[in-house]
Design a protein. Structure first.
Lengths: 433, 346
């Protein structure tokens, strides 16, 4: 254990916990805003109740997202001082824009929404939650452009011993960043959709508030199937983008050792990084990997053996996380399609109603696995091809300091996650008042 | 250097606005145990105190995120040196703010006295510690920390607790507490408003004494006044805390609580800017050698980034101030019984 490893673990841990709460904020805000709009259009009180009930769950989740996010921005300075000096000119700006443009809006207007039920004219009240929904999504854009820059640095020059901004437009039109942004959004909407489906199914199975949860189910079902489908289709293009900009990451995702054209896609493989091969690989689809990565059977796919060992990411973790993510994605598509088919009378499908609450954690797990692919697969670079992770760590901090902060994070965040899940389950089960 | 200087001023102003806004929430949380009565009335008092900050604290806290983000974007060298240099203090601040944040959201979500008491304790701790830590941290920034040639702080956590640092901590706790009491007077009526005004009057005397001591100690322990003697016109900035505090006292007598609160906001901004102007052109002075300080010339971003960010800031910050001001006016009225019965209320 050293400061570098501990700082990496701390960053990974805090980011993962933060990202438990982010997706629901992105997607549920839209659903709640839509429910309230529907209330304004139809005048049906049940939609108001829906906005309030799902809004309450949204708020619990939102508060946890806000507080866990607070620690992230400052960690670049505390544990990654060298990184911060090196990239502040670019990366810092994107974070600062996110705060000024989006985070202020969401944090201010979320309070306007939930304190404003009686005080604001209905349309203005509905507008406030739409502002929150749009602002959280704008927020995601800037954060993912910042991360996209770490994945595929563009629009910079190396000057004065650091990366300096050269072309701001290149930063915000970074193709890699855009794919990541879309992938994250669709994943967040998928998570939110399954969240609403799962809780609705729990009540429908028990026959409580049937009208209320049937309507919730009907709003969530098309939303979920549409975005799960989009997530998978767009995920494919995101993958080709990885092949184009980060061939080493792609090779690790596929545990692909030998550079070759007409590279096959093995349905089952178990990597053996120590011997630079796979323990086993079964069911090849000829040319499958070439086709998936480059849209051509003949395309050459670089193998890991052509990458110096010091430049490879951890293979097994990247590989299994990727497989897990894709596998879960396909499973989720099946469930979302099933739910969509039964959206008219969901309560008449008890098996589905019984299963859906248990599905809620799966898209969460898939999204965390996706982040492992993205971040572990980027190693050993913190800024791909430009700055190594080990060169970014703070030099002025010591083990006891990092052990203290990491220990406190584990303690505090475990508590928060436990309380958060408890409150979400408690209020989710209680149903609307 | 124009661009860097502009950013330096903006940097100081962002921190000052953060203190003036989140200061009253943190102060309210700090004063919670002294304000809430015992027994049956207690829970109602506490709810009034939580709801007084209710619609605002989250938006106010974003000024911290923005101040941090702007430090990162405009002065990455200072950002790196400051936050890695004050590592443990910063994390204590963040852990406290995390507890403070969730206590708002959690305390009424389960109907149990023990549950509420737990989150009340977190709320008080999560409000008091940030006030103290921010004061200690900024006093140390004003005084300078032992930064070496590599931008690394050679001191530890305990070195921050020097006499001047501690004085800064006490000053901030008093400033924020008064600020919070005055906000409570804006938003409540009856017994709670009466007791907050009475407490504010006492605290005002303590704050005035502490401010005088802090300025005196600034002359003894820091080089802050050097800039002032060079440009005596700068002494005008000290009018802000002085006039602000006088306004607080007069407004309290006339029971004009909004004016009193505004006076205290001006005082907080004045105290912050007093220190910020004193350390110019450094953002983080080194107490070992001024050559090691993080300044607007060796810690700033490229002119291109500073220009783009200046456009962003000049467009957006006034907009943020406008809608947050609207929220404060719209939701800043006296809390009514109906407000408390409302199911979304804290």
């Amino acid at each position: 254990m050293d400061v570098l490893l501990l700082s990496r673990l701390q960053f990974a841990f805090t980011t993962f916990v933060h990202f438990i709460f982010v997706p629901l904020t992105l997607g549920l805000s839209i659903l709640v805003a839509y429910m309230e709009t529907k209330y304004l259009r139809t005048g049906n009180e049940v939609y108001k109740q829906m906005a309030k009930f799902w809004g309450k769950l949204f708020l619990i989740n939102f508060a946890l997202g806000v507080v866990t996010g607070l620690a992230l921005e400052f960690q670049f300075g505390t544990n990654w001082a060298k990184y911060s000096e090196y990239v502040g000119d670019i990366f810092g700006s994107l974070l600062a824009i996110e705060a000024t443009l989006a985070f202020f809006l969401e944090s201010t207007f979320i309070a306007v929404w939930f304190f404003g039920w009686r005080l604001l004219p209905p349309k203005l009240h509905n507008l406030s939650i739409w502002i929150v929904a749009v602002a959280t999504n704008i927020s995601a854009f800037w954060i993912l452009m910042a991360n996209g820059w770490m994945q595929n640095p563009v629009g910079y020059v190396l000057n004065n011993g650091r990366a300096e901004l050269d072309n701001f437009f290149a930063l915000v039109s970074n193709p890699f960043g855009w794919q990541q942004f879309l992938h994250t959004l669709f994943a967040a909407y998928t998570i939110s959709g399954f969240f609403v489906l799962g809780i609705s199914a729990w009540h429908l199975f028990r026959g409580s508030n049937v009208d209320f949860f049937k309507r919730s189910f009907r709003i969530a079902a098309p939303f979920t199937v549409a975005f799960t489908l989009l997530l998978l289709v767009q995920g494919h293009y995101h993958g080709s983008n990885v092949a184009k900009y980060q061939p080493v990451k792609l090779a690790a995702m596929e545990a692909h050792w030998e550079t070759m054209s007409k590279a096959p896609q093995y349905l089952i493989a178990i990597p053996d990084p120590a011997n630079e091969r796979n323990h086993l690989q079964l069911f090849p689809i000829p040319g499958g990997m070439s086709l998936l990565a480059y849209h051509s059977f003949d395309a050459e796919v670089m193998g890991l053996r052509d990458v110096p060992e010091g430049d490879r990411p951890p293979i097994s973790l990247t590989f299994f996380s990727f497989r897990g993510m894709v596998g879960l994605g396909l499973l989720l598509l099946t469930f979302s399609a099933w739910a969509w088919c039964r959206r008219k009378e969901p309560e008449l499908s008890p098996a589905l109603m019984r299963l859906l609450p248990w599905i809620i954690p799966l898209p969460y797990i898939a999204s965390q696995l996706g982040w492992i692919v993205s971040e572990v697969g980027r190693q050993p670079w913190v800024v791909y091809g430009v700055l190594r992770t080990q060169a970014g760590v703070s030099t002025g901090i010591n083990m006891p300091q990092v052990a203290f902060s990491f220990g406190m994070f584990i303690l505090l965040y475990s508590l928060l996650v436990a309380v958060g899940i408890y409150l979400l389950m408690h209020h989710g089960r209680k149903g609307p008042q | 250097m124009m661009l860097e200087t502009t950013w330096f001023i903006l940097w100081g102003v962002l921190w000052a606005v953060y203190f003036a806004l989140d200061g009253y929430d943190l102060g309210l949380g700090t004063m919670l145990p002294f304000l809430a009565r015992k027994g049956m009335q207690g829970e109602r008092d506490r709810r009034l105190i939580y709801n007084a900050a209710g619609p605002f604290w989250d938006g106010n806290q974003v000024w911290l995120v923005t101040a941090g983000g702007v430090t990162f974007a405009a002065f990455p060298g200072a950002y790196a040196a400051l936050f890695s240099g004050m590592y443990t203090a910063l994390f204590l601040l963040l852990f406290s703010l995390i507890l403070r944040g969730v206590s708002f959201e959690f305390r009424r979500k389960v109907n149990s006295v023990a549950w509420r008491q737990t989150w009340d304790a977190c709320h008080v701790l999560g409000s008091f510690l940030p006030a103290l830590l921010l004061g200690v941290a900024f006093a140390n920034i004003f005084q300078g920390i032992p930064l070496n040639a590599h931008g690394i702080n050679e001191g530890g956590l305990l070195d921050l607790l020097n006499p001047y640092g501690l004085a800064g901590g006490v000053l901030f706790v008093l400033m924020f507490s008064l600020h919070g009491l005055l906000w409570l007077a804006v938003r409540t009526q009856g017994d709670l408003a009466e007791s907050s005004v009475a407490m504010a009057k006492k605290l005002w005397v303590a704050l005035l004494a502490m401010l005088a001591l802090f300025l005196l100690m600034s002359a003894v322990y820091t080089k802050l006044f050097a800039n002032y003697w060079e440009n005596p016109i700068l002494f005008a900035i000290l009018l802000l805390p002085v006039v602000g505090l006088i306004q607080v006292r007069f407004a309290l007598n006339r029971r004009a609580s909004v004016l009193a609160w505004a006076g205290s906001a001006v005082a907080i901004i004045g105290v912050t800017l007093f220190g910020v102007l004193g350390i110019f052109p450094a953002l983080l002075p080194s107490s070992i050698d001024p050559a090691y300080s993080m300044t607007i010339s060796n810690a700033a971003s490229s002119p291109k980034t500073l220009k783009i960010m200046l456009v962003v800031a000049l467009l957006l910050v006034p907009l943020v101030i406008a809608y947050q001001a609207w929220v404060h006016v719209f939701f800043g009225k006296k809390i009514t019984e109906e407000d408390l019965e409302h199911e979304e209320a804290y």
